[in-house]
Design a binder for this molecule. Structure first.
Ligand code: FDA
Length: 536
């Protein structure tokens, strides 16, 4: 990552030229402040004039929608090597009133870890060098740094044990800094809950630049950082996580059905079964429009039923025959493998892919496609007529450009109280829905077309999903449901609407914690929890 850098005075001079004297003032002083704390620190500060600036910025942009010339860019990128660098960055940013955006894996749905929706200036604190994993097999725990991806973690666990895992997300490139900060669900959620439910301790740097652990931060802040959203309460520099047992062999299955193969009835029936299955079964359904396999130049809707069973095929098939015969699951739909390999399976890798694929941070689940996601929770089965309307919506967009992902709840998720951590979507939910649009076309017009389509689908879903509040998953950040003012200036009353969608009754406790630990709202973005002082 290190490249040749201009010496500090040249760097400052370039910066002054770039910004004009007045606007550069705080940045010049900020850089001087950093250098005061550590004279070598400027080698890890990248200005827009640096030749590595763009490649470094783009290296962790996981939604190309926010990688255009119109996307607001940071004025500086800072890639700390050690904790003291982060402390200095916080102290200097505070002193010179520079906003910080923190990035671990860069998967923020709205690009808020490396951009803003306003044209406010900010420093990008990129934690890319914080990637250590330290596993304690005897204690079945691990300390992980925030830029560790889920794939890297799963691979390192598998290197040491085939019967341990961690219940985090499916996509292997997501950073655990952001993911655990918002919850983190994956194929083990019905057995063990979320990633954030399995955090034992953490190291956080707060707005005063203090390094805190669970004992010194206190239970309120420790509660808030496990799901209350990133870039809000401090910078997480390590999580201590509890590893969970899995069998050496698990079974992953896929059954696809089109409308012509009874997809509507099977998806409808799935809703009555899925949250009541044994906790060892996870079930996901992907709904989208596909080329009709039996009719040229026509499309149909496909439902892809993807399941993971914590055990061998022999145990799975009779159970599914008894509990969900409508699916018609057969041995040939299933493959036995290790739990770590099942992540590659769910992430869409070919079956013979090496486990090392989990280490590839650069692969993108969405390819070069731009995307937007929205989320919902379903508490009552959607009627057949409701699905028929969804099919009409899916037919409005091209093949594979829009869809819904339904992920089964129940099991352990229903046993954990809503207030255990800030993530509140527990008992009473049959499944979580993600509505998503993907597109490759460039330009505002194309984007608006897909965004409007997605918003239309979301509107259509209203009668079938949770109400008062209409719940949403914080990690599927959606600025349509509300945002703070310019550059993340918080307003309690405004924030309450989107805040209760993400956190339900936990929102007020999050505000109290924020008010206690960061009353000046130093850590902020368009959807960070505001302190109470912001009540206007
Ligand atoms: P990023 O670095 O963009 O951070 C996200 C947010 O957290 C930002 O606000 C950022 O400032 C803040 N943040 C980051 N590091 C921090 C730190 N160390 N301390 C404090 N704040 C920090 N979710 C899920 O639950 N299960 C899944 O299977 C998937 N799959 C998935 C696939 C793909 C392709 C995408 C794009 C996203 C997902 N997600 C997901 C959603 C994902 O969990 C969510 O976007 C996370 O916030 C991403 O974390 P990153 O660290 O990668 O993002």
């Amino acid at each position: 990552m290190d490249t040749a850098h201009p010496s500090f005075p040249i760097l400052v001079a370039l910066f002054v030229l770039l910004l004009g004297v007045t606007s550069s003032q705080p940045y010049e002083e900020f850089l001087q402040c950093l250098e005061f704390h550590d004279s070598n620190i400027t080698s890890i500060v990248y200005t827009r004039a640096n030749s590595s600036f763009s490649s470094l910025l783009e290296s962790s942009i996981r939604n190309p929608r926010f990688d255009t010339s119109a996307t607001p860019k940071p004025l500086l990128i800072f890639t700390p090597r050690q904790i003291s660098h982060i402390e200095s960055a916080i102290r200097c940013s505070r002193a010179h009133r520079i906003q910080i955006r923190v990035r671990s894996g860069g998967h923020d749905y709205e690009g808020l870890s490396y951009s803003t929706d306003q044209n406010s200036s900010f420093l990008l604190l990129d934690l890319i060098r914080f990637r250590n994993i330290s596993i304690d097999l005897a204690q079945q725990t691990a300390w992980i740094q925030p830029a560790v991806t889920t794939g890297e973690l799963y691979y390192r666990i598998a290197e040491k044990s085939s019967i341990l895992a961690f219940p985090s997300g499916i996509c292997p490139t997501v950073g655990l800094g952001g993911q655990i900060s918002g919850g983190g669900w994956g194929t083990l959620l019905r057995k063990y809950g979320l990633a954030a439910d399995n955090v034992l301790d953490a190291t956080v740097i707060d707005a005063k630049g203090r390094i805190l652990n669970r004992a010194s931060m206190g239970e309120d802040l420790f509660w808030a950082i496990r799901g209350g959203g990133g870039n809000t309460f401090g910078i997480v520099i390590a999580w201590k996580i509890k590893l969970v047992p899995v069998p050496a062999t698990v079974t992953a299955c896929t059954v696809t059905r089109t409308l012509e193969q009874n997809a509507t009835e099977i998806v409808h029936r799935w809703q009555y079964v899925v949250d009541k299955l044994p906790n060892d079964v996870f079930f996901m359904v992907v709904l989208n429009s596909v080329a009709n396999p039996v009719q040229a130049n026509a499309t149909t809707i496909q439902a892809s039923f993807n399941s993971l069973y914590l055990g061998g095929i022999e145990g799975l098939i009779p159970m599914m025959d008894a509990k969900f015969p409508d699916l018609g699951l057969r041995r040939e739909n299933c493959v036995e493998m290790s739990w770590a390999k099942s992540i590659l399976y769910f992430a869409g890798f070919p079956l013979n892919s090496p486990l090392e694929s989990l280490l590839d941070r650069t692969i993108s689940a969405t390819g070069s496609a731009k995307f937007k996601g929205k989320s919902d929770y379903v508490k009552e089965p959607i009627p057949i007529s409701g699905f028929e309307g969804i099919w009409e919506k899916l037919k409005e967009v091209g093949v594979q450009t829009g869809g819904l992902i339904l992920a089964s709840y129940g099991g352990k998720m229903s046993e954990i109280p809503e207030s255990s951590i800030p993530f509140p979507h527990r008992a009473g939910n049959i499944y979580q829905v993600e509505e998503v649009a993907f597109w490759v076309e460039d330009g505002v017009e194309a984007a608006d077309g897909y965004l409007n389509w997605l918003r239309g689908l979301y509107e259509y879903m209203t009668p079938y999903v949770s109400k008062n509040p209409r719940e949403a998953y914080a990690n599927y950040r959606d600025l349509d449901i509300g945002r703070n003012g310019g550059g993340g200036e918080g307003d309690y009353r405004r924030a309450r609407s989107w805040g209760s969608s993400y956190y339900k009754n936990n929102f007020d406790r999050l505000v109290r914690v924020k008010t206690a630990v960061d009353p000046a709202n130093f850590f902020r973005n368009e959807q960070s929890i505001p302190p109470l002082s912001s009540w206007r």
